[in-house]
Write a protein that binds this ligand. Structure first.
Ligand code: KIV
Ligand code: ZN
Length: 433
């Protein structure tokens, strides 16, 4: 499997480790050619669940820009909004549906006539519309929020899906708070939804309460009850209140789910939704473990993440998996040394694979001589062992007080220690620093 990510690894290293690479390559080939892999559809809800959370609202133009990037990223469905929530959102969904014709567009609606009609109106220009109807099914939500009996809920689900199907060919039904719904009732809900014409059944962990084995078991029970009907796809939608949204989504895949709902940078209600970039990379890096593929173009992940940050003004945490500023930065001397010898020592994916321009070595108090030597060389200096030792002493002394050593600090140190100017090539790097 690792073989797929060897782009940046030295040829020498591959030759020296031929047996190991042949073995990994074999695993790769048998996994992708030996039998046909199932694909998992990625349903992106950045523009709906993500957009409805504090600090992430987007205007129509921003939604269209983001939707175009999501199409370039290769998502299978774009949920563009919740049309009944405002006239502006209805118009935004319409515009996205008009502008982005090569990806199915979904619009959300509660199981109410006005909601369903608003969503149908918004989806009118879509080349491949998907109506997404939801109703809470846990006893807590039915009693406290909706003041509805289970029987009323079943009737609303049946009639609204039927209404939707009169205008839209593809209807998804979500049982909100499925994770806390009585499993017997949830099975009944799913049966009613399928009989009424829903072809996608989404069972969200709305409050981020589930743990992976439990969430997977819920899908297994529903599948057993329904008998895996042809043409019906099960879908996972997880929130991150316990930091388990991605783990739960992956557990759902193991349980037979073939659609995952997620968002760029994991934005969404409260602690957010499952992060699309983490799911896509986990399924790719551990392909032999999950046995499924996605249509996500991994090289577009970093660009998508940065575009969303730019639009919303919300920067991801530096230690965020896959797209954080530190995801491919190495500071510890032992790690830097390992990466220089072979990136596989401390990276399970290469930065280029996910569209990050380059890995970086951070010069700080934890860095080692080897990384310093490489950094100096990149700036055009070839220090002797003695000069390297002196540069190292000065760099670590500076890092002790300044946290990080910037390229221009390094140039100043090298210049002083070595008492000579960098080579012509380095002169450019120096001025850029
Ligand atoms: O979290 C949730 O239950 C939802 C549904 C509306 C799909 O976002
Ligand atoms: Zn949600």
């Amino acid at each position: 499997m690792v073989f797929a990510f060897l782009g940046s690894i030295s040829h020498d290293y591959q030759k020296q480790n031929k047996d190991k690479f042949d073995r990994e390559r074999l695993i790769c080939l048998t996994t992708s050619w030996g039998y046909s892999m199932d694909s998992v559809r990625i349903f992106d809800t950045t523009l709906r669940d993500g957009e409805q959370s504090p600090g992430f609202s987007m205007n129509t133009e921003e939604k269209i820009r983001m939707a175009r990037q999501l199409a370039a990223l290769g998502v299978d469905v774009i949920e563009a909004g919740f049309p009944i929530s405002s006239r502006g959102d209805l118009e935004a969904v319409r515009q996205v549906a008009r502008e982005v014709q090569n990806v199915p567009i979904a619009a959300l609606a509660r199981a109410k006539k006005d909601d369903v009609n608003a969503a149908i109106e918004a989806l009118e220009p879509a080349a491949a519309p998907r109506l997404h109807i939801f109703l809470a099914t846990s006893d807590l939500h039915l009693r406290v929020k909706l003041n509805m009996t289970r029987e009323h809920a079943l009737e609303a689900i049946r009639s609204m899906i039927r209404l939707g199907r009169q205008s839209v060919g593809e209807v998804e039904f979500s049982a909100e708070d499925a994770g806390r719904t009585d499993i017997g009732f949830l099975c009944q809900v799913c049966q009613v939804a399928v009989d009424a014409g829903a072809t996608i059944l989404n069972l969200p962990d709305t409050v981020g309460y589930a743990v992976p084995d439990e969430y997977g078991a819920m899908f297994e029970q529903v599948r057993e009850h329904l008998g895996d009907p042809q043409g019906v796809t099960l879908s996972a939608h997880c929130h991150d209140d316990l930091g388990l949204a991605v783990a739960n989504s992956l557990a759902a895949v193991r349980a037979g789910v073939r659609q995952i709902e997620c968002t760029i940078n994991g934005i969404g209600e409260r602690a957010g939704n499952a992060a699309l970039e983490e799911i896509a990379v986990a399924l790719a890096v551990r392909k032999e473990s999950f046995g499924v593929t996605t249509g996500i173009k991994l090289q577009e992940l970093f660009r998508s993440s940065r575009m969303l940050s730019e639009i919303t003004g919300a920067v991801v945490a530096p230690n965020k998996a896959v797209v954080g500023a530190n995801a491919f930065a190495h500071e510890a001397g032992i790690h830097q040394d390992g990466i220089i010898k072979n990136p596989l020592t401390y990276e399970i994916i290469s930065p280029e694979t996910v569209g990050v321009p380059a890995r970086s070595f951070v010069l700080g108090k934890h860095s080692g001589r080897n990384a310093l030597k490489v950094s100096l060389r990149n700036l055009g200096y070839e220090p002797s062992d003695e000069e390297l030792g002196e540069c190292y002493r000065r760099v670590t002394a500076l890092a002790d007080v300044a946290k990080q050593v910037r390229p221009r600090d390094l140039v100043a140190i090298a210049h002083e220690v070595m008492r000579r100017r960098p080579t012509a090539v380095a002169a450019e790097a120096t001025s850029a620093a």
